[in-house]
Design a protein around this ligand. Structure first.
Ligand code: NAP
Length: 538
């Protein structure tokens, strides 16, 4: 059992009592009393807080962290020992003491003597806020050797998601009682700090770590990368995670504000699927991406089944799957980028063939266009379309539209890029200044112009839209902006004002997510539900 634990990081008793009440009400499964946060701490005060915490009937961890290992206030060792000894005498469930300090005989004697008369279990912890912990496995064994019934707690900072895998390996090698390996009786806590370490906090439950921490709110987090109890429970489906949960995630950099975890986890929840979708921050280029994928493929027991891929790894994803001899969807190959990877166990004949790569951006865009215009894909045949931009999204959309035999003109700031794309897909091209003679039924913005924070910018002046609208007479033009942050960009606002039909980037985002969901689960997604989830969130 993994306890979703809220650290109580109060500066005095009334604040601690308030936080305890809040933690209980919010569904915390345990509380950690960080007495090192209490100002002018004394033993009586700590006792009072322990007895207040006992009223919650939640498992209690008491610690008075050494400043050297992240403690808030630098209290003398004797006071810290006294606080722990009293907590042990009060039979709290756990006390957490630094392994380095436990190695000092005098400290060890004091703790062991108190433990001999109590049911309290001892957590021996080691933290590194600056980087990795060297030789994790040896450290784990050293702690067990120093005190065999101790619960080792190893917490370190990762600069890259690839540094988390050692932590996962340790939990996998020393599983908890009845845990995945089922041949050991060892409880342990192994967590990674920093944004890239976030996943270790969530999948601690899948891997059987004894404790993971979540804060009451963003301000009260006691370590980097700690998310809130609400995020853990609502966004990351805490109550549903077990050893068999299948993992998915979005690989990219940045990923912190991606809407994909919300959209996929909510859909998994609605459909009652034992799946969890994670933000996977993979900084760097193809080297780091490849390392990440190799790390995943080496560890079948993590049960990763699929990924969404975003900036800057779409090309890397395609190349990785190709190099591994996996299946690549022909249009993804033509686009030169993949935004979805599947790891399919049922097709395993060799390690290499487990992978397949797809691009749902073009399908998402085509679905948004056809739904928005009330036509089928065949309705796009011969339609004059102006695509503004020649980057990754433009490429996916041009490939999709050409497949439907639309008549495309590509406009881009860097004309050479427009020319190269146009040559590849047999389209016309021009610089942005040529937009003044715009003559298209469908206008698509594939640039980042108008995206937050530059929300007062637009790729086409309103007057040009107006002229094009007049030119098309009663049928009018349709304006599609792939930017979805904000949902109503200045371009869409002005298009509405001149009476044009509009399609938002959010529609494309939802349709591409729906295609991805189908690839992940084999089941049809509910785009209306996805739209409601995002609208409610925004
Ligand atoms: P990209 O590969 O970096 O391409 C960016 C494009 O925007 C290039 O054509 C670039 O022109 C142009 N551009 C950027 N700033 C400009 C400026 N100030 N003036 C004129 N042109 C400018 O990016 P991408 O991956 O194609 O993404 C583009 C946008 O698509 C994103 O910002 C995002 O909002 C949107 N998007 C939407 C979805 C969705 O599901 N709705 C999915 C992905 C992306 P140059 O070639 O001259 O540099």
């Amino acid at each position: 059992m993994t306890n979703l634990t809220v650290p109580i990081s109060a500066c005095d008793f009334p604040q601690a009592a308030g936080q305890l009440k809040e933690a209980k009400a919010a569904g915390a499964e345990a509380v950690e009393l960080r007495t090192d946060y209490i100002e002018a701490l004394n033993v009586e005060q700590a006792e009072k807080i322990v007895s207040e915490a006992q009223k919650t009937h939640l498992p209690i961890i008491v610690t008075c962290r050494d400043k050297k290992e992240g403690g808030a206030i630098d209290y003398p060792i004797q006071l810290r020992l006294d606080v722990l000894k009293n907590a042990i005498a009060a039979n709290v469930d756990f006390v957490d003491f630094e392994y380095e300090n436990f190695r000092v005989k005098k400290n060890q004697d004091a703790i062991l003597s108190a433990l001999s008369k109590s049911k309290t279990r001892l957590i021996l912890s080691k933290h590194n806020f600056a980087g990795k912990l060297d030789n994790l496995d040896k450290l784990y064994k050293d702690i067990k050797k120093a005190f065999p019934s101790a619960i080792p707690k190893l917490v370190y900072t990762v600069n890259h998601t690839n540094d988390c895998f050692e932590a996962f390996d340790l939990l996998h090698t020393y599983p908890p009682p009845g845990g995945p390996g089922r041949n050991s009786k060892e409880d342990s806590i192994v967590l990674c700090m920093g944004e890239a370490g976030l996943i270790s906090r969530i999948i601690a439950k899948k891997l059987g770590g004894l404790i993971t921490y979540a804060s009451l709110n963003e301000k009260s987090a006691t370590a980097a990368g700690q998310i809130t109890l609400e995020q853990m429970k609502k966004l990351y489906r805490w109550d549903k995670i077990d050893a068999d949960t299948e993992l998915y995630g979005i690989i990219g950099s940045p990923v912190a504000h991606s809407l994909s975890p919300l959209i996929h986890n909510s859909s998994f929840e609605k459909m009652g699927l034992n799946k969890l979708y994670l933000p996977l921050l993979v900084d760097g280029g193809s080297k780091e991406f490849n390392q990440f994928m190799e790390n995943i493929l080496k560890r079948d027991w993590l049960n990763f089944k699929g990924f969404s891929i975003t900036i800057p790894h779409k090309e890397n994803a395609l190349k990785f799957v190709k190099d591994k001899g996996g299946f690549v969807e022909p249009l993804a190959d033509k686009i030169g980028a993949a935004n979805t990877i599947l790891i399919d166990e049922s097709r395993v004949t060799s390690d290499e063939r487990r992978l397949s790569a797809y691009n749902t951006d073009y399908a998402g865009a085509l679905d948004a266009i056809t739904t928005g215009m009330g036509i089928t894909r065949t309705g796009l045949k011969g339609m004059p379309v102006a695509v503004i931009g020649a980057g990754g999204v433009a490429r996916a959309i041009v490939a999709g539209l050409r497949d439907c035999e639309a008549k495309i003109a590509i406009y881009n700031r860097t004309v050479k890029r427009a020319e190269a794309l146009a040559k590849e897909f047999d389209c016309d091209f021009a610089g942005l200044e040529e937009l003044k003679d715009l003559n298209a039924k469908l206008v698509i913005n594939c640039t980042s112009i108008g995206m937050h924070p530059k929300i007062n910018e637009t790729p086409i002046a309103k007057g040009i839209l107006q002229k094009a609208q007049r030119h098309k007479g009663t049928e009018g033009i349709v304006v599609f902006d792939t930017v979805y942050n904000p949902v109503e960009t200045l371009l869409l606002k002005q298009a509405k004002e001149i009476g044009a039909k509009t399609i938002s980037g959010l529609d494309m985002f939802i349709f591409q997510a729906a295609e991805q969901f189908k690839l992940f689960t084999g089941k049809d997604a509910n785009p209306d539900l996805m739209r409601k989830i995002i609208s409610d969130f925004l």
